[in-house]
Design a protein around this ligand. Structure first.
Ligand SMILES: Nc1ncnc2c1ncn2[C@@H]1O[C@H](COP(=O)(O)OP(=O)(O)OP(=O)(O)O)[C@@H](O)[C@H]1O
Ligand SMILES: [Mg+2]
Length: 455
């Protein structure tokens, strides 16, 4: 600006000189005027242009600088003051932006870590946000979020949770949010939704939770309570009716009949006490309260004891029970002998119960380098293929009436499985209907340490 003013002044002086219509005095006066105006120009340039340039560079500096460095106020004239205020404004602006950014990131991280699906949609059903869990639960892709509406997505899962349905439910609800559920592909989902309004958006927030497992546990618990009540009700009813008959018609009954009734009552009481014992053990196993008394013990000896205990029953049914293993030396494994004895007794008693008279039961043992396998097989009634995976379920019996008649409660194999798993072993059943059953248990042997065997 200063250069252009000086150039203009000099140019006008030259025009006057060339025209030659003025004298020397006038030229001096004109020159003086030119110099004065040059001085004024320089002054004006210093006062206005330079601070303006400085102000410009200050603003540029402040806009591009997110650090905490502040501009120095060199003088207190208005323009410097203005620059200082602008700088302050920029720093405040960056602070607010940073704070918002931090808040957003925090919220986004939180939403990403929650296992429930969280979706925000606007009033038209456009997606504002969907966290990863929601994307996974509903099988959404980034593309769906950008180009599809909520209704297009949800209608694959439920026809009763469209945007209009949600608004209708919200308008009639008195609570903060509305709760609903839907089933899809064998899973159960709980959905909670409520309206939100902010300066930027308003719409609905939806939280989706996969409650399949919880539902399954609830159902199992209900089934369990139902089964227990039923199992207890049957012997109680039997006992009650026999006791009443004994009391009411006691005089008319002969001794033989009385004895028979008392025997039935006794066996029903036994059944109830077995049931209560099994239930207590299952509860202890479930709540990890079962005490395990593990020590190195000879599994060969334990099998022999169990076979001996079964001999009387087997003979009564004219069955043959064979211990196929002929090895003489002991095989030590780390076990709770009482619990493993329970396992063996249950397997042998199953083979005995579900094998008709004159049948055959074998128990064998195979020793591997790091494990032992116990195999109990029979040529009894067998288990239908479809039922094999279910025999470890609580209260499951292939033929309820027959099993109950034989005194079974359907808890034996579920307890057996838990005991074997506690010993880091496995149990497997193979069976063919009408031909027989084979149960295989694999138990690990204690590890060898250095040159010395633990046992
Ligand atoms: N060796 C087998 N042969 C045929 N069916 C079997 C055999 N072992 C088990 N099952 C079937 O599996 C079901 C579950 O067995 P589990 O031992 O759990 O119960 P249970 O013997 O009926 O009763 P509990 O053992 O509690 O007295 C049995 O009711 C029976 O239907
Ligand atoms: Mg059993």
């Amino acid at each position: 600006m200063f250069v252009s003013i000086v150039t203009l002044q000099a140019f006008s002086l030259l025009i006057v000189l060339f025209l030659g219509k003025i004298n020397i005095a006038q030229i001096i006066a004109a020159s003086a005027a030119v110099f004065v105006s040059i001085g004024i120009s320089v002054l004006l340039s210093k006062l206005i242009t330079q601070p303006m340039n400085e102000l410009d560079s200050m603003i540029e500096h402040a806009m591009g600088d997110e650090s905490d460095d502040r501009l120095e106020l060199r003088s207190f004239d208005e323009i410097n003051k203005l620059a200082y205020d602008l700088d302050l404004l920029c720093h405040k602006y960056f602070e607010i932006v940073a704070e918002n950014d931090y808040g957003n990131k925090k919220l986004q991280t939180l939403l990403e870590y929650v296992t429930d699906g969280v979706i925000a949609i606007d009033q038209e059903g456009r997606f504002i946000h969907a966290n990863s869990a929601a994307m996974n639960l509903l099988g959404l892709k980034e593309y769906d979020i950008a180009y599809h509406r909520y209704d297009d997505v949800i209608e694959h899962f439920s026809e009763e949770l469209r945007l209009a349905d949600l608004y209708r439910a919200i308008s009639t609800s008195t609570g903060l949010y509305v709760e609903d559920s839907f089933n899809y592909a064998g899973a159960t989902y709980l959905i909670r939704f409520g309206e939100f309004t902010s300066e930027a958006h308003s719409g609905i927030i939806i939280v989706i939770q996969d409650v399949t497992e919880r539902q399954r546990l609830d159902d199992m618990q209900n089934d369990f309570v139902g089964n227990v009540s039923h199992e207890l009700k049957t012997p109680i009813t039997t006992i009650k009716s026999y006791v009443e008959t004994l009391i009411d018609g006691g005089d008319e009954l002969d001794q033989e009949m009385k004895d028979e009734f008392i025997e039935i009552i006794e066996s029903e009481v036994d059944r109830m006490s077995r049931l209560v014992r099994d239930l207590l053990q299952l509860t202890r196993l479930d709540y990890k309260q079962q005490k395990w008394y593990k020590s190195k013990a000879d599994i060969v000896q334990l099998i022999k004891v169990c076979v001996k205990k079964m001999e009387y029953n087997v003979k009564a049914k004219d069955q043959v029970l064979n211990m196929l293993y002929v090895g003489e030396s002991p095989i030590f494994i780390d076990m709770d002998s009482d619990q493993i004895e329970r396992v063996l007794q249950n397997l042998l008693s199953n083979a005995f119960k579900y094998t008709p008279e004159h049948g055959r039961i074998d128990i064998d043992l195979v020793e591997y380098e790091d494990a032992v396998e116990i195999i109990v097989s029979d040529n009894g009634i067998g288990i239908p293929e479809a039922d094999i995976p279910r025999v470890f379920e609580r209260f499951f019996r292939v033929d309820k009436a027959r099993s109950r008649e034989l005194g079974g409660t359907g808890l034996g194999l579920s307890i057996t499985k838990q005991i074997i798993e506690e010993h880091n072993g496995t149990i497997e059943i193979k069976s063919s209907l009408g031909s027989g059953t084979r149960v295989m248990i694999l138990l690990p042997k204690p590890r060898l340490r250095g040159k010395h065997c633990i046992n």
